[in-house]
Design a protein around this ligand. Structure first.
Ligand code: HSE
Length: 388
């Protein structure tokens, strides 16, 4: 039985991870232990269908070191505090992490197996022990356009993002909803009167956005009825850290950087926070290495893996299937608006939407745990239905 310690399972990503593991029957044949940074000794998760016991102390290195695998969604500060201590006591287990702290360490493998199963397999074969999920926006971008990268067609790519509140964290989701509620309250009266003009409604919205007490502690500015074209801190040259990750992590996921292949693919753009709840979207421009017809491009995108879904470039199909509202809570990555730009046959544009809590965060970790079980020969026993 694979012995797995879970840390940070109560947060948004951790909760989605446990939910997905329960849905997929992943706990069968697993010996899980649950840890907490804030309430060790308290009760473990109660909705998994089995007894989870008391919570361990997530800073107790001796207890953590008894596990074959640690899965953490606790965040970068926790990783920085605990991972070096665990390695220092000689723990040789597998560390699967949602946070960014270790992602760009040379010994870390970034996990997104529908895109980079080969990179993961090579990492396992060469004895790597640290496996991290990549930035959510980057993971969804690569899930969407894996077929083009795999075919060697991408000379460069711009990725203009439309990122959901959930990417910023649970408190931000609450703040966006609170902003929406404040706006709703402000326009209730004007909307009740059919004679109110649109400009008067707009004035009510503008007034509430600027009012004292409008909740902006987390985002620093109104997001509802607006957008925020800066995510994370500046890293120089006018770029945000979020924007830098597309290039750094994107190339690392693809296994492009390294001695065998020293030329990374330029991927860059502007990252924008929008009022979507949990789906990240991208408008991309791709400079193709050669002109290929759109139907061939669509087939390459659609054929990359089983979760990508190409949406017909019509208004009806786009509004029905290429929106955060249509994709939230689903594992499919929708890619549409695929067409050539006026600049020429080598210039492709497209739009993608994916649930950042699923493929952007929890799902690559869940699947890495499964890959690890197969690798270590600790595959879960077949369920009765599978065995029948
Ligand atoms: N940094 C991302 C965001 C979260 O702010 O949306 C996922 O890595």
């Amino acid at each position: 039985m694979l012995d797995v310690g879970f840390v940070g399972w109560r947060g948004m990503v951790g909760s989605v991870l446990l939910e997905r593991m329960r849905e997929e029957g992943d706990f069968a044949g697993l010996a899980p232990g649950f840890y907490s940074t804030s309430s060790p000794g308290g009760p473990g998760p109660t909705d998994l269908g089995f007894e989870t016991g008391r919570l361990g102390d997530a800073h107790d290195v001796a207890a953590l070191a008894r596990h074959d695998v640690i899965v953490t969604c606790q965040g970068g500060d926790y990783t920085k505090a605990v991972h070096p201590r665990l390695r220092a006591v000689g723990w040789n287990g597998y560390w699967i992490d949602a946070a960014s702290a270790l992602r760009m360490e040379p010994g870390t493998v970034l996990v997104l197996d529908p895109v980079n199963a080969d990179v993961i397999a090579e990492g396992l074969a060469s004895g790597r022990r640290d496996f991290c999920g990549a930035n959510c926006t980057v993971s969804i971008l690569l899930m969407a356009f894996a077929g083009l990268f795999r075919a060697g067609l991408v000379e460069w790519m711009t990725s203009m993002t439309y990122q959901a509140a959930s990417g910023a964290g649970a408190a931000h989701v609450r703040e966006l909803a609170a902003q929406m509620a404040a706006i709703g309250e402000a326009v209730q009266g004007p909307l009740a009167d059919p004679a109110t003009t649109a400009l008067a409604v707009d004035r009510s919205v503008r007034e509430v956005l600027a009012a004292d007490g409008f909740p902006t502690d987390r985002f620093g500015a109104p997001l509802a009825a607006s957008l925020l074209p800066w995510i994370d801190r500046p890293i120089g040259d006018g770029q945000s850290r979020e924007e830098g990750k597309a290039f750094e992590e994107g190339n690392k996921i693809l296994g492009i950087v390294g001695p065998k292949n020293p030329d990374p693919i330029p991927i860059d753009g502007i990252c924008v926070r929008v009022g979507s709840m949990r789906c990240h979207a991208h408008a991309v421009t791709v400079k193709l290495r050669e002109d290929r017809p759109v139907d061939e491009i669509e087939a390459l995108i659609a054929g990359a893996h089983e979760w990508v879904r190409v949406v017909e470039n019509t208004p009806e199909a786009t509004l029905a299937g290429l929106t955060p509202a249509a994709v939230s809570g689903r594992l499919d990555i929708a890619v549409g608006r695929i067409r050539k730009l006026r600049m020429g046959g080598e210039y492709l544009t497209a739009f993608s939407v994916g649930d950042q809590l699923l493929w952007g965060a929890a799902e690559p970790l869940r699947r890495m745990l499964g890959i690890l079980r197969s690798h270590l020969g600790k595959v879960r026993p077949a369920t009765e239905a599978e065995a029948a």
